[in-house]
Ligand binder design. Structure first.
Ligand code: 5GP
Length: 190
């Protein structure tokens, strides 16, 4: 497996970091009731774990988007919008990974138009080397190398979201030829 993918963050490392983020958010938002918005589907697992690490009253809401045009063109269509108004609310946007930053830039501008009291980003992974538009990530899980990553919500062709850890793909050609090339990982704990 090692020539195809290497483990970047173990399940234990992720859980420890998510607990730290939850503690920091609980401290920063003490006395307030933030709305945690996650972007389906990649951020769902991170969102669920982070929520359980936050010791505050919170609300949750979800958005689902699809990019059209070239991948990561920043042209995004909202497939599922929020259920509640976020006007005057403290909003934290939860993302799986900030790559070029184009998706987050679009989402932030859409959310800002709804006049929240505050708006911050919490991203599990930050692939800063690929950033095209600068974004302010208030809460960041890990710096991520410039490699395609999978697991803990992140997929390839809808596979691998349920890996409890995150791997970097070392051979994209092999994965493109066979999206299940890394399936043995699904049976090996890390
Ligand atoms: P951006 O607009 O920042 O370039 O792209 C953000 C989105 O691209 C993420 O929310 C994620 O869905 C997808 N993405 C970016 N990099 C990766 C990666 O390494 N692995 C996976 N599975 N998805 C990625």
């Amino acid at each position: 497996m090692d020539d195809l993918a290497t483990v970047l963050f173990t399940a234990r490392e992720i859980q420890d970091r998510v607990r730290d983020l939850g503690r920091t958010i609980s401290h920063d938002y003490r006395g307030r009731e933030p709305v945690l918005i996650s972007v389906l589907k990649g951020a769902a697992m991170f969102h669920a774990d982070l929520l359980r690490a936050i010791e505050l009253h919170t609300s949750v809401d979800f958005m689902s988007i699809s990019s059209y045009g070239a991948a990561s063109s920043g042209v995004v269509r909202i497939m599922k919008d929020l259920e509640r108004d976020i006007g005057d609310r403290d909003v934290i946007l939860i993302e799986d990974i900030a790559d070029t930053g184009l998706t987050l830039t679009y989402l932030l501008s859409t959310l800002r138009d709804r006049r929240p009291a505050s708006l911050e980003v919490c991203a599990l992974l930050d692939k800063a080397a690929r950033r095209i538009t600068p974004i302010n990530i208030r809460y960041r899980g890990f710096e991520c190398p410039d490699k395609f990553v999978l697991g803990y919500g992140l997929d390839y062709a809808e596979v691998y979201r349920n890996l409890p850890y995150i791997v970097a793909v070392e051979d994209m050609d092999a994965l493109a030829a066979d999206p299940l090339a890394l399936a043995p990982l699904l049976h090996s704990p890390s």
